[in-house]
Each structure stands twice: as C-alpha cells, then as structure tokens.
Ligand binder design. Structure first.
Ligand SMILES: Nc1ncnc2c1ncn2[C@@H]1O[C@H](COP(=O)(O)OP(=O)(O)OP(=O)(O)O)[C@@H](O)[C@H]1O
Ligand SMILES: [Mg+2]
Length: 210
C-alpha cells in the first residue's frame, strides 16, 4: 500500500482537485484505491457522491466520522486535507503516509503561505518519518504569464523538490462536475493535462524527479 497526503494550509490551492484526480488515475489502472476526506467541507466525498456508479471504483471515507478501516487489499490511499492544516496536524498524520504533495498556486500570497508551511514541516516530517517523500506541485499556472516564471523560481529554491506543474484548465472543473477525473475524459480533450501529470505520478511512485 502507498499513501499520499495532499496538504497546504492555504485554501483553494487545489488539494481536492489533486487528491480526486490522483484517485481516478489509480482506479483507472485497476488499483484498489481509497480517498480519505479529512476536511469538514467534505469536497472529496461530495465529488464521490456524484461519481457515476459504472466508473472505476474508489472507496471513500469521511475521516471525521471516526477510525478508518481500509480493506487489506487497498493499494493506494489518498488523504485530502482541509485548509489551515498546520504542522502539528501533519506530524500526527505523517506515520500514515509515504508521500506528501503540497500544491501551490502562482501568487505571492500563496507562495508566502507555502514557504512558511514548508519551513515549518520539513524538519518535523523528516524527524518522525524519514522515509516520507515531500514535493511541491504548481497548480493553475499559465505558462506565458509572469506569475508562472515567478512561481517556478520560487519552487525551485525550496527545500523540497518541485515535481510538476498543472495548468489552469477547465477540464478539471468539467470533470469534477460529474464526479470523474481528467484521466476519465477523452484523450483528445485532456491530453495536455494528462501529460502534465506524468512527472508527478512518476515521483509519487517513488522514482527520481524527472
Ligand atoms: N488546475 C486547475 N485548473 C482549473 N481549475 C482548478 C485547478 N485546480 C483547482 N481548480 C479549481 O479551483 C477551485 C479550488 O480547488 P480545490 O477545491 O481543489 O482546492 P482546495 O485546496 O481543495 O480548497 P480547500 O482549501 O477549500 O479545500 C475549485 O473550483 C477547482 O475546480
Ligand atoms: Mg479541498
């Protein structure tokens, strides 16, 4: 089993979008996948509720309802954290996970929050779980914008690897509307978005940053 925590105290940076799309990726590949929602807002569970019954299965858990019992054959678990999750909360969860993904949006407000959060958690995470890998993903970027270049420069200077960038794409919004992910829409529509996930998925699976 491999477990992935998607976290950033900044609201709206794409935690649920990344968590749900990651879950669909694994389920598309036939892996037994669980999505654990730690957020009182329950956006991941809302998404799962509208997911068509004939789509690839994803087991959903509302973590606020008590202890979670994962099936023994569960291969991938994705934890979707709420905004304002701080380093103390991360420290409590860290023993459960192998991978920490921190989505960051291209704005100085978001970058400052991310910088403080990362500075706060890096030491704590390494001290309590030395096997965990942590990485940042740029989200909602527009390559031709000044903000993209600024974000990339910022992310490359951090103590954690910059593992990939996802563009601002309506495909995420459209897919989420019907409880699916971009890996479940037609290739012609979402080819570029799928391609952008390649280095991220490669790294999540424990391989070297591309
Ligand atoms: N790459 C993207 N392209 C287009 N829209 C996106 C992208 N990523 C996220 N969004 C949209 O941005 C909004 C916020 O995303 P999301 O809910 O995933 O953030 P979050 O970090 O989970 O928010 P919260 O902190 O409230 O839990 C949503 O409407 C989502 O559809
Ligand atoms: Mg969310």
């Amino acid at each position: 089993m491999r477990s992935i925590l998607v976290v950033n105290p900044k609201g709206g940076c794409g935690k649920t979008t990344i968590a749900t799309n990651l879950a669909t990726y694994y389920s598309v590949w036939g892996m037994s996948t669980a999505l654990v929602d730690l957020d009182p807002q329950q956006s991941s569970m809302d998404w799962l509720r509208v997911r068509p019954k004939d789509e690839n299965p994803i087991q959903g858990f509302n973590a606020l309802k008590g202890k979670i019992y994962l099936d023994a054959d569960t291969e991938r678990v994705i934890y979707d954290c709420p905004a304002r999750t701080d380093s103390k909360k991360v420290a409590k969860l860290i023993d459960l996970v192998d991978v920490v993904i921190i989505p960051v949006m291209p704005s100085s407000i978001d970058m400052r929050v991310a910088a403080k959060f990362i500075a706060d958690i890096v030491g704590k995470v390494k001290a309590s779980n030395s096997k965990v890998i942590m990485g940042v993903v740029a989200n909602r970027t527009q390559k031709n914008y000044h903000s993209h270049a600024a974000l990339v420069t910022f992310l490359k200077a951090l103590d954690v690897p910059f593992v990939g960038a996802l563009r601002n794409s309506e495909n995420y919004v459209k897919a989420a509307d019907s409880g699916v992910g971009i890996f479940e829409v037609s290739l012609s529509e979402a080819k570029q978005d799928m391609k952008e996930w390649e280095p991220i998925l490669h790294w999540v699976e424990g391989k070297r940053v591309l």
